[in-house]
Design a protein around this ligand. Sequence first.
Ligand code: NAD
Length: 366
Amino acid sequence: MSQESRNEYTMEITPQPAAPASLRQRSALRDHLIRNQSMKRVLITGGAGFLGSHLCERFLSEGYAVICMDNLITGSLDNIEHLFGREDFLFMNQDVTEFIHVPGRLDAILHFASPASPIDYLELPIQTLKVGSLGTHKALGLAKAKNARFLLASTSECYGDPLVHPQPESYWGNVNPVGPRGVYDEAKRFAEAMTMAYHRFHDVQTRIIRIFNTYGPRMRLNDGRALPAFMGQAMRGEPITVFGDGSQTRSFCYVDDLVEGIWRLLNSDEPEPTNIGNPAEMTILDFAKKVVELTGSASEIIFKDLPMDDPKVRQPDITKAKSILGWGPTVDLDTGLRRTLDYFRGKVADERDQPAAKAASAVPKG
Ligand SMILES: NC(=O)c1ccc[n+]([C@@H]2O[C@H](COP(=O)([O-])OP(=O)(O)OC[C@H]3O[C@@H](n4cnc5c(N)ncnc54)[C@H](O)[C@@H]3O)[C@@H](O)[C@H]2O)c1
């Protein structure tokens, strides 16, 4: 889709708190409201990102009118351009840490805006802290004003480098607040505290999901997370970079399973944090070998120093999600990886056509 066509469906909002929206902005929002006044309406912050774009699709398929708010700092219009032109979908190009104005009804707000990969939040430390604190405050204020249900995308990183394994929601975590990763972990911990305060003090209907490593189509090949890095390296025939000795563990959840968990949690009555993730734990080294096998690559595996505060183990205890949501993962690793690989094949082919895209690729940092 050309930039001109995208612009037709995109609203630019100037980042000045007190500035009134332009007439064009106001009329786009008003039209969206008038067209969809009988429908439920959801605001998804971070909606142009990996997870947010899958959520936009899910809520549209559930009959919601969707407002996707994103400043594209780590997201991309490529993830949502297939939704442009739908009457029930609107994209707002806005920083959620600034003043947010959405006229008319809102039934739910899903707050997913935040840099999420280690490379992103190490490069964007202040923006990460701001979106977790100010952004969460703004989004909660809007939920209160609209009497909308609010769901916070929190993270297993709240558990830090855990001393309890697997991690139940009752575990308070082991986070280094002043290490480089602290900007993400503490932003999310603050966001959880703020969400609970709005629930307790203002009676806002809030939900908190602690998301464990999730993968699937629309991850960025160069976002520094292990899975896209391994797949990219394997498909290019480059060495696969494993940090440390590869004995650290992760548990990978396919995006469709996560989205189902989010849907169920939003529609539940549970205000306390709830883990959603796939408990099938494996070492990063075994994971790298799996990717090599699946891609049929001849890449060798090489080892580099482990980044500071990298969690040594990570596995969700999903007893709570099972009992209160009847949720559990349904997509096995081989199936999920094959679906993701199909997506990344296209991205690696794009890189060959546009070498500049490859130059931007980076080695994984977590
Ligand atoms: N993917 C995972 O495995 C995972 C795990 C735990 C938690 N999460 C959480 O889920 C959410 C989405 O993660 P993702 O993997 O889709 O990452 P992503 O980077 O693909 O998506 C985040 C989106 O938020 C947008 N954004 C960031 N700051 C913003 C701001 N100030 N205003 C408006 N938009 C802003 C980005 O442009 C991007 O589109 C994040 O909050 C993340 O912390 C993800």
